[in-house]
Design a protein around this ligand. Structure first.
Ligand SMILES: Nc1ncnc2c1ncn2[C@@H]1O[C@H](COP(=O)(O)OP(=O)(O)OP(=O)(O)O)[C@@H](O)[C@H]1O
Ligand SMILES: [Mg+2]
Length: 514
């Protein structure tokens, strides 16, 4: 027997860009799908007394006033399923990767309530990003919402893609949600994922800048719904939204076309509600509910480092911390350009590896003090105390530790050993070049000699005295080896004494005179 379907017919009254006003519907609801002609689709965003406001999300043909519009009382739903892993889809669930159509397992509504507080539990696991500065100083837990903000070209996308690369073999599924990206920018991300074999556990939901604003508005909701399918199967999911500024722009465009009253910066008043409702969908569920999690990295762009912009400050207040990327630091070559003074993780430190917490605790202050000393020493070139010199040397090494190339995540075990070597001042014996080498090689070096210690470290996420002894011995061994192969610096002494050369000559001359 055929399905009974309730349909209603209306007529297009006004067309305003991506917004169509339709009259004639008697009983329609928000978020409901409206169909026009041959495959053009829209969803209802609001009503006035005698019109429904419809946002076009798929345009197949030119619409005209007077055209028929059909309402089916179906809410907008997105296809979801296992087959989405490794695929690139648009917010309508249509594939964009040329690999043919996708078979879905279920349909999920996209505008749904976030899980209630009773279904959630406290964060208890760390999401290892593999980015040293983040894992050590601004740790992120499963289920956390960590905002990434910074000016143009400061490495925001790279933080997310590096995190995705580091999820290989961890069981974490990743979704990269591109909103308002250009074709080439998305292409770069796709190529990066292909190069690092990320598509085994990653999917992309993309609404291109050239597409209708309606799709850009829907993209994050669709990404959330796809993630929720996996969440209720007990999986951990990571979503990077790149970026929310474009989402806010598309919503502003839509709202202005709808004739809603503009507020600050012409954004509609409900943009805060819109974002906070979506951000709430990140969660860490109780074991009874499957124990899965969704972690969010929403990206937002700042203008000239202004954190007080409307959308930016809204998002700062909704998330559990922010990673602020500074353009001046990026310019100096400090990459990732995380500004430790303005970045914070409000919940992640609870779930950080104990070993890293212990070692990295004092480093933030040390780094900020070093930056301050650097600033002062730029003005004052002579007469630095020994203490200051030691601080400068330590700071230099620390700066180097916090630098990291893109697409080269560091294992948490390696981070522990590096921090241990730094804290115990072993690294102070090496040159900066050797410190770089140390960071790249030390994990394999220790793992070869004491694989059981490394396994124990990952299990316990902490080290005891016995393990510390192993670290001491192996690090010392490594440093001895490095020292052995060091080229002999003949003019070492001259260099070392150079500061006093002038003074000595002067001294000799004056004593002679006397
Ligand atoms: N840690 C790093 N080491 C070296 N290069 C980096 C690092 N992080 C980012 N970059 C480089 O800096 C450039 C900008 O990075 P990215 O695209 O991530 O910035 P963005 O803030 O997302 O830019 P946009 O504002 O255009 O979205 C890229 O060419 C990237 O390769
Ligand atoms: Mg980017």
């Amino acid at each position: 027997m055929a399905d009974l379907r309730y349909t209603e017919e209306g007529r297009i009254k006004v067309i305003r860009g991506c917004i169509v006003l339709v009259e004639g519907f008697k009983s329609c609801i928000n978020g409901q799908v409206i169909k026009f002609g041959y495959g053009t689709k829209g969803i209802i965003l609001g009503f006035s007394e005698d019109e429904a406001q419809v946002l076009i999300i798929r345009q197949q043909e030119e619409l005209k006033t007077g055209d028929k519009a059909i309402a089916t009382m179906e809410p907008f739903e997105t296809p979801v399923g296992e087959n989405f892993i490794g695929r690139i889809v648009n917010p309508l669930g249509e594939t964009m990767d040329g690999l043919g159509p996708l078979k879905h397992d279920a349909m999920y509504p996209i505008f749904i309530q976030a899980p209630s507080i009773l279904d959630r539990k406290e964060l208890s696991k760390t999401l290892e990003t593999g980015i040293k500065v983040v894992d050590c100083m601004i740790p992120v837990g499963f289920g956390q919402r960590e905002l990434i903000l910074g000016d143009k070209m400061t490495g925001k996308t790279t933080i997310c893609t590096d995190t995705i690369i580091n999820q290989k073999n961890t069981g974490v599924l990743c979704i990269y949600c591109g909103i308002g990206k250009s074709h080439s920018a998305l292409g770069k991300v796709v190529q990066l994922f292909l190069d690092h074999d990320c598509f085994k556990y990653t999917m992309i939901v993309a609404a291109l800048a050239s597409g209708p604003p309606g799709q850009q508005y829907l993209a994050p909701y669709v990404a959330c719904s796809i993630a929720e399918y996996f969440l209720y199967k007990g999986k951990n999911v990571f979503i990077a939204f790149d970026d929310f500024t474009k989402h806010a722009w598309s919503y502003r465009e839509i709202s202005l076309l709808l004739g809603r009253a503009p507020g600050r910066d012409s954004y509609p008043g409900d943009i805060f509600y819109l974002h906070s409702k979506m951000i709430e969908r990140a969660c860490y569920l109780e074991d009874a509910k499957g124990g899965g999690s969704i972690t969010f990295f929403p990206i937002v762009e700042t203008l000239e480092g202004d954190l007080t912009g409307y959308v930016q400050s809204n998002l700062v207040s909704m998330t559990d911390g922010q990673i602020y990327l500074s353009a001046p630091l990026f310019g100096e070559g400090q990459k990732p350009a995380v500004d430790l003074g303005l970045s914070v993780s409000r919940v992640g430190s609870k779930v950080q590896w104990k070993a890293i917490k212990k070692l990295a605790g004092p480093l933030r202050l040390e780094f900020l003090q070093y930056r301050e000393v650097m600033r002062v020493s730029k003005l004052k070139t002579s007469g630095q105390s020994e203490e200051m010199q030691a601080q400068l040397k330590g700071g230099e090494i620390l700066t180097d530790i916090l630098k990291q190339d893109k697409d080269s995540p560091a294992r948490a075990e390696a981070q522990v050993i590096i921090l241990y070597a730094y804290t115990k001042k072993y690294l102070h014996e090496l040159t900066l070049e050797e410190v770089k080498d140390f960071q790249n090689k030390i994990f394999d070096y220790v793992n070869k000699r004491h694989p059981d210690t490394m396994v124990k470290l990952r299990e316990k996420r902490d080290y005891d005295d016995e393990m510390a002894k192993v670290f001491d011995i192996v690090i010392k061994e490594y440093i001895e080896e490095v020292k052995k192969v060091r080229p002999i610096e003949e003019d070492d002494e001259v260099e070392g004494g150079s500061a006093n050369v002038g003074v000595d000559t002067l001294d000799k001359a004056t004593t002679k005179k006397k």
